[in-house]
Ligand binder design. Structure first.
Ligand SMILES: N[C@@H](CCC(=O)N[C@@H](CS)C(=O)NCC(=O)O)C(=O)O
Length: 215
């Protein structure tokens, strides 16, 4: 059976787990922690990051690359829009989730879950207050401008890689008690609720919440 290397709470591992669930591909999760990976693991994942996919003699790191590969391997249900402009937008939204949104939400997860719950140390709430006041609002403002008035799909009215890439980061925020203020970002808040209720995200989020506890 193919192996997905990486641990649950990683938003990038979660992207791949949701894609695998949607495509109905069985796999084994091998819980590789992201820090201090072995030289043997670096042979499979040269940047030393999680996730990494392994199927027999084939290995492939990086969530975006793995999902694009899975799409070719098993095209249905598709995770990529067929319209060229929608495809372009979906890929950019995935990238925005992987980069800007991850950088903005990441500190909340690190301080409250990694430092607070796992390392049993004091989270740096002053750092988080600054992110909340200065860095987060422009990111949520931009996402608010991208979310359609209704519906649970950000591009083209159909759940896609764009939703996986954005929602997975919002899940890490949720684990760390970071809310989307519905009075300021009503579309994003409704969208977040819809994607969290998505039947492929929900069981994975619930499994993780059982591990970290709700905040
Ligand atoms: N672009 C990569 C990012 C993966 C990533 O940053 N994973 C983190 C864990 S959430 C990691 O392995 N960090 C360890 C490191 O940067 O050395 C992907 O999409 O898979």
């Amino acid at each position: 059976m193919p192996i997905l290397h990486g641990v649950n709470a990683s938003p990038f591992v979660r992207k791949v787990r949701v894609a695998l669930a949607i495509k109905g591909i069985d796999y084994e999760l091998n819980p590789v922690m992201p820090m201090g990976v072995s030289d043997e693991y670096k042979q499979k994942s040269p940047l030393g990051k999680i996730p990494c996919w392994e199927d027999g003699d084939f290995t492939l790191p990086d969530s975006s690359c793995i999902i694009a590969y899975l799409e070719k391997l098993q095209p249905e249900p598709t995770l990529y829009p067929s319209d060229p402009r929608e495809l372009g937008r979906a890929l950019f939204l995935e990238e925005y989730g992987d980069s800007k949104l991850a950088e903005t939400v990441g500190p909340f997860f690190f301080e409250r879950i990694v430092r607070g719950k796992i390392m049993k140390a004091e989270p740096d709430e002053a750092r988080l207050a600054k992110v909340l006041a200065e860095e987060l609002p422009p990111v949520f403002d931009w996402l608010e401008s991208q979310v359609p008035e209704s519906g649970d799909a950000i591009v083209g009215g159909r759940f896609s890689i764009a939703d996986i890439g954005i929602a997975t980061q919002l899940v890490n925020g949720r684990h760390a008690g970071l809310d989307v203020d519905a009075s300021r970002w009503p579309r994003l808040a409704a969208y977040r609720d819809a994607v969290f209720g998505n039947p492929y995200f929900k069981p994975i989020v619930e499994e993780e919440t059982a591990q970290f506890g709700a905040m």
